[in-house]
Design a protein around this ligand. Structure first.
Ligand SMILES: *Cc1c(COP(=O)(O)O)cnc(C)c1O
Length: 401
């Protein structure tokens, strides 16, 4: 069955909820028992039952099993945010004295957790180039316990050769986690490529409506799943059943939304490439992308987020470009129905990749009509050009930049 069909028909409610199309919301903290034997045995059901609100109700389990099926994994664990899913995945497997390898292009908060928290707990962290491939073998030490990947890279969109990396890690018993928020399991399946933990910020495309915070970590097998579930319990991370319901509902339309995000993003990316001020479009599905061959091999599509590298901008040029946008909004996060555009500075969150030369902007193509978005962009470039003409003396070095 195609994923799109499975997403529509998965998890039809049964029992007294039969006939409803979406699973009901079960809210609970306390779960009560009639028999003392059942109460004393309750922790046997931590991994697949409902024993306490913190560990999730039937609503959470429904979403977790939907996601696990999409991911081709054993089972998912839901957390209060994508950031929590990352921190908990790392702390589930690492201990003091371990060595951790992290892709240099990881999301900023991932690096912060590694540098600020794990380093304080005695974990050594080494960052590596997103294009390292099988050469990651040279960085592995006897105490290397985990490798953390994110592909495409945050802000700069490099693709890692995941299978080449997991060939090395699997042979050595090293646990690999991958932040797959950009592609979602519909467009890339980390577990099929040898990854042990697939992580998603469900806050983004899975929810799709910019009003939910939720994270998911999916274990490739039962052992990994149980370790993730235990770690989430130890850290006290809980996912609200209401938010799980919203994400389960979001999954119904994930395939059609991604299809539209992809199409619009490619149309915008092609248009950006033609503008004289644009140096490079950072989008893995575009033939000029240096990792395009990996994208064709591993991904079944692209989502709506990409980068555009422009000639350097003065502060006044940046203001002229962004202030006055009508449809594109300035805002963190992405994956919702609305288009977003923000300036980005990857350099402070890199230690071994070359800095990008120029003014980087990150674009999220929402679900608006491309023709309207292009009009907004044409006007922005018009304002940029007018400002540039006014600022000619600045560019010649005759005034402060
Ligand atoms: C947004 C994001 C996260 C964090 O998710 P939150 O739910 O906002 O905490 C993690 N990884 C990536 C790639 C993201 O884009």
């Amino acid at each position: 069955m195609a994923d799109s069909t499975a997403l529509i028909h998965a998890n039809s409610p049964s029992g007294r909820a039969a006939g409803l199309l979406n699973p009901p919301i079960h809210r609970a903290s306390t779960i009560v028992y009639d028999r003392v034997e059942d109460y004393l045995d309750r922790h046997k059901h931590l991994y697949d039952g409902v024993i306490y609100g913190l560990y999730g109700t039937e609503t959470n389990h429904t979403l977790a099993s939907s996601l696990a099926e999409l991911e081709h994994g054993h089972m998912s664990v839901l957390t209060s945010s994508g950031t929590a899913a990352i921190s908990i995945s790392l702390s589930a497997f690492l201990r003091s004295g371990d060595h951790l390898l992290v892709i240099d292009t990881a999301y900023r908060s991932t690096r912060r957790f590694c540098d600020d928290v794990l380093a304080r707990y005695g974990v050594e962290v080494t960052y590596f180039s997103p294009r390292i491939g099988a050469e990651i073998a040279a960085l592995i030490r006897p105490n290397t316990r985990m490798v953390f990947l994110e592909t495409p890279g945050s802000l700069t969109f490099e693709l890692a050769d995941v299978s080449a990396i997991t060939m090395v890690t699997r042979a050595r018993g090293i646990v690999t986690a991958l932040d797959n928020t950009w592609a979602t399991p519909l467009l890339f399946r980390p577990i099929d490529h040898g990854v042990d933990i697939s992580i998603a910020a469900a806050t983004k495309y899975l929810s799709g409506h910019s009003d939910v915070m939720l994270g998911a970590m999916t274990g490739a097998n039962e052992t990994v799943y149980r370790q993730l579930k235990d770690a989430a319990a130890r850290w006290g991370s809980s996912a609200s059943p209401d938010d799980c319901y919203l994400v389960q509902r979001g999954l119904r339309t994930l395939d059609v939304r991604l299809d539209r995000h992809q199409r619009t993003a490619l149309e915008l990316a092609t248009w950006f490439e033609e503008q004289p001020e644009v140096r490079k479009v950072l989008h893995p599905a575009i033939a000029s992308h240096p990792d395009h061959a990996i994208w064709r091999r591993d991904f079944t599509g692209a989502s709506g987020l990409f980068g555009v590298l422009l000639d350097p901008m003065t502060d006044a040029e940046r203001s002229a470009f962004f202030n006055g946008l009508r449809l594109f909004k300035l805002g963190s996060s992405w994956g919702g129905f609305e288009s977003l555009m923000v300036p980005a500075w990857p350099a402070p969150a890199r230690s071994c990749t070359d800095p990008v030369e120029g003014a980087l902007i990150r674009v999220h193509a929402g679900l608006e009509a491309t023709v309207d978005l292009l009009r907004d962009l044409e006007d922005a470039f018009g304002r940029l050009r007018a400002c540039r003409a006014d600022q000619a003396p600045v560019r010649l070095g005759l005034a402060r930049t």
